[in-house]
Write a protein that binds this ligand. Structure first.
Ligand SMILES: *[C@@H]1O[C@H](CO)[C@@H](O)[C@H](O)[C@H]1NC(C)=O
Ligand SMILES: *[C@@H]1O[C@H](CO)[C@@H](O)[C@H](O)[C@H]1NC(C)=O
Ligand SMILES: *[C@@H]1O[C@H](CO)[C@@H](O)[C@H](O)[C@H]1NC(C)=O
Ligand SMILES: *[C@@H]1O[C@H](CO)[C@@H](O)[C@H](O)[C@H]1NC(C)=O
Ligand SMILES: *[C@@H]1O[C@H](CO)[C@@H](O)[C@H](O)[C@H]1NC(C)=O
Ligand SMILES: *[C@@H]1O[C@H](CO)[C@@H](O)[C@H](O)[C@H]1NC(C)=O
Ligand SMILES: *[C@@H]1O[C@H](CO)[C@@H](O)[C@H](O)[C@H]1NC(C)=O
Length: 448
């Protein structure tokens, strides 16, 4: 009514004419007589820019109108058909919206703290007849958020069971979900396939085993930062299992040795060593040590100086709530003076005596060697006895000595033995020969 009135005054035309003109203008905007119409009819100066706004931020739509005159501008929400504003006056009850008139040209709709429900088409309308409008789209994007309830929490399962890890996330656009393990290990998905990342919200692991134990990360992303993740622990329970590499360990008296068992168990096992049905406790001579790595434990028992009573069977025992198991390691005696026992001093002496008689030169040599070796051994034996009265360094020296004696010297010893027995044989033959010769002589003398 008002604009019609103003129109009459300014143009000196009738109201009917004016309305006809505006009709024509709407239908034929570029006709030859458009000069007046262009001047009289409001026109959009530029299209409305579409908006993509993260939730919580501000959206700004600008409707640029030229030659508005007394026509009015309204903002509408298309999908709900609601009028948001007329001119700068807000109609909607949504207090997050404001409209400002800028530079006498633009009608700027601002939506603060954008909500997902604000998503949709927005229309800027001029109340011409017929009305003119243009639209812009508000896309509201929401960064991903992992939903607590449908998402798996930490899980405890028995080895061999099937496991389903679930992850649910919301966001706009709908987030993609990937799974990976915290340490970057591969994931064994059903069908024996091993992957480093698994795409999908449900991760099925069939026949779970101890290698699958650990932290799994569910990662939700939809291109809107920040990407979020949730950590789900998969705990696999299984009874203890023992592995022993050396079940037979030899040691000499006084030696320092170490027995070792490897245990795997979850929940963590209690581990200990036993001998003769008695639990071995840490002391001067026994030193049980455990090193842990996840569900693996290396049990080591150090015996600082093996004594005569330490030989025998040692048991490593591993127990948890699901069961117990044990393994046995046999500690056996390696005699240090093997040679001493095979070559008792008396024998050597005898041999010396026997052999000297027949082949003085050769036997002298071999004899010398034998005696030397024997002496070395005897020394070994002596220091061994000292060992029992302790002293660590001597213990080590001794061991070194006895080791160095072993193989090659034994070989020589054997050769010597053979040599001496050969000479013993020949000397016996010789003696027999001499004897029979003597007897023959005697007989001859007797007979004569
Ligand atoms: C009027 O506009 C139409 C398309 O909208 C165009 O094809 C035509 O050439 C225009 N006429 C003049 C006179 O500008
Ligand atoms: C806004 O988006 C619609 C559809 O997505 C498109 O047709 C239109 O051209 C876009 N407007 C601008 C100004 O980019
Ligand atoms: C676990 O899944 C496998 C196939 O993936 C199936 O053969 C087996 O029966 C399942 N076990 C249980 C306890 O559901
Ligand atoms: C998972 O999806 C990402 C992109 O969404 C892709 O790059 C990757 O190759 C996919 N991985 C698998 C195993 O399908
Ligand atoms: C995962 O396992 C569940 C049952 O635990 C089953 O219903 C579902 O189909 C499985 N999904 C896939 C992808 O194997
Ligand atoms: C989600 O996954 C689909 C199909 O794998 C892919 O086309 C899309 O780009 C992914 N989106 C993101 C944000 O990674
Ligand atoms: C085992 O211990 C018992 C008592 O503690 C003892 O009588 C027995 O002689 C021991 N056996 C061995 C082989 O040490």
């Amino acid at each position: 009514m008002i604009f019609a009135f103003i129109l009459i005054i300014s143009n000196c035309c009738v109201v009917i004419n004016s309305s006809i003109q505006s009709n024509e203008a709407a239908e034929h905007p570029n006709e030859t007589n458009s000069y007046i119409q262009d001047r009289d009819i409001p026109k959009f100066g530029e299209p409305i820019q579409n908006q993509t706004i993260a939730v919580g931020r501000e959206a700004v739509f600008s409707c640029v109108v030229d030659n508005l005159q007394t026509y009015k501008i309204a903002w509408l929400k298309v999908d709900t058909q609601t009028i948001l504003s007329i001119q700068t006056h807000i109609i909607t009850k949504n207090h997050r919206m404001t409209v400002s008139h800028v530079e006498n040209r633009a009608w700027v709709l601002r939506i603060r703290d954008v909500k997902e429900s604000d998503k949709g088409w927005y229309m800027c309308q001029i109340n011409t007849d017929p009305m003119k409008n243009q639209v812009g789209y508000l896309n509201v994007v929401v960064p991903p958020d992992i939903l607590d309830y449908p998402t798996s929490t930490d899980m405890v399962v028995r080895e061999g069971s099937n496991v389903t890890l679930k992850c649910a996330a919301r966001g706009s656009p709908q987030p993609n979900i990937t799974w990976r393990r915290e340490g970057g290990e591969s994931i064994a998905i059903s069908g024996q396939r091993e992957v480093v990342t698994f795409n999908g919200s449900i991760l099925n692991i069939s026949r779970v085993n101890r290698l699958h134990m650990g932290a799994y990360l569910c990662i939700a992303s939809n291109g809107i930062p920040p990407t979020v993740s949730k950590r789900v622990m998969l705990i696999v329970h299984f009874p203890p299992m023992l592995m022993i590499q050396n079940q037979l360990v030899g040691s000499a008296i006084g030696q320092k040795i170490m027995l070792e068992c490897q245990s795997e168990a979850y929940p963590k096992s209690i581990n200990y060593w036993m001998k003769n049905e008695t639990i071995i406790t840490k002391g001067k001579r026994f030193e049980p040590v455990e090193t842990e790595n996840a569900y693996k434990v290396i049990m080591k028992l150090t015996i600082n100086s093996v004594g005569q009573n330490d030989f025998g069977a040692y048991k490593c025992v591993s127990k948890n709530s699901l069961g117990d198991t044990d393994g046995t390691i046999k500690l056996y005696h390696i005699p240090q003076a093997t040679l001493q026992t095979t070559l008792p001093p008396t024998t050597t002496t005898t041999r010396m005596v026997t052999t000297t008689a027949v082949h003085p030169n050769m036997i002298e040599k071999s004899n010398h060697k034998t005696r030397e070796e024997y002496l070395t051994h005897k020394n070994g034996g002596t220091s061994n006895n000292n060992n029992n009265r302790n002293s660590d360094t001597r213990d080590r020296d001794h061991r070194h000595q006895s080791e160095s004696i072993s193989s090659t010297e034994v070989q020589k010893m054997k050769e010597n033995e053979i040599a001496s027995s050969t000479s013993r044989l020949s000397s016996q033959t010789l003696a027999a020969l001499i004897y029979s010769l003597l007897c023959y002589c005697c007989l001859q003398i007797y007979l004569h």
